[in-house]
Design a protein around this ligand. Structure first.
Ligand code: G3P
Ligand code: CA
Length: 282
């Protein structure tokens, strides 16, 4: 019984310390000047608040609205072609069913990817990475997210191969939640910048972890609800940059500014900050 009480006290102290630590980082207001206009403006899955995500229409709209970068997601088709779609399955965003990995490129190309967003977009099809590069390379920055690399052995080589057509990759960033995958991309093509997407968690990465990650990654990207100014400062100390995104947080831009990040990934690829909400859809 006494042991149980002691354990409860230790747990309470640990939770309180965690809260204080998090709040200190949260309330520590930035002393940087107003950097809003210097924030990189990244169109999440294209301007996906205005057009079906990850389509030519949403990418074009993102550029029209002033995006510096287009963010998009890559999976591999059954026959090994890098294709632009967010989910492992086609069900949510197309008129088809099944896993991307079980469908050939020809089968994926048959699917409509616009109609479920709005009938006016009927006829949009899934783009390949090669098609996207052909159309948008050089016009805007490209933030390529490799999705679920564990499902697609060799996806890193395929993505890098698609890029080797282009000599200058300075306007391209490759990101993933999978750290090993990004290490692999870095070793395959050190000229391209890589970014680590941190899994949303109240347990923020330690200084040691950030140092290690920034030894090969140019960016460490966070869900805006799971980062604070202290962590952003640490990434900057190691010469890294930070992008933030959110699916729910209406304070995305306000927090981005307060934390002093380098850019924001949002569905509304338009500044200024007084837009009502910058939310990612699901
Ligand atoms: O770029 C950040 C963001 O895209 C990660 O989440 O699910 O939208 O790919 P998700
Ligand atoms: Ca993404």
């Amino acid at each position: 019984m006494r042991k149980f009480k002691q354990q409860r006290i230790i747990l309470t102290i640990a939770i309180c310390s965690l809260c204080v630590w998090f709040l200190v980082g949260y309330t520590n207001q930035s002393t940087r000047p107003d950097i809003t206009t210097n924030l990189l403006n990244v169109a999440h899955r294209g301007a996906s608040g205005f057009a079906p995500e990850n389509t030519q229409a949403s990418f074009r709209k993102g550029i029209e609205m002033g995006a510096d970068f287009l963010e998009f997601d890559v999976h591999l088709s059954k026959d090994g072609e890098p294709v632009i779609i967010h989910d492992e399955r086609v069900d949510r965003t197309t008129n088809g069913k099944g896993f991307v990995k079980d469908l050939t490129l020809a089968e994926l190309k048959e699917l409509d990817v616009g109609g479920s967003f709005d009938p006016n977009f009927t006829g949009e099809t899934i783009m390949t990475l090669a098609e996207l590069l052909e159309e948008f390379y050089g016009e805007v920055g490209l933030l390529i997210e490799i999705k679920k690399p564990e499902l697609y052995p060799g996806i890193e080589e395929k993505v890098v191969e698609a890029l080797t057509v282009y000599q200058d990759v300075s306007g391209i960033i490759i990101q993933s939640f999978d750290i090993d995958s990004m290490r692999k991309v870095h070793s395959l093509l050190p000229e391209v910048q890589v970014a680590i997407l941190m899994n949303p968690s109240p347990f923020l990465p330690s200084s040691k972890t950030l140092k290690e990650l920034t030894s090969f990654a140019s960016y460490i990207n966070f869900n805006v609800s799971y980062v604070n100014k202290r962590v952003v400062d640490q990434v900057h100390k190691h010469d890294g940059k930070v992008l933030v995104w959110s699916k729910k947080d209406t304070q995305l831009f306000a927090k981005a500014k307060r934390f002093g990040v380098d850019g924001v990934i949002s569905d509304f690829s338009k500044l200024p900050m007084d837009e009502p909400a910058f939310l990612a859809t699901k």
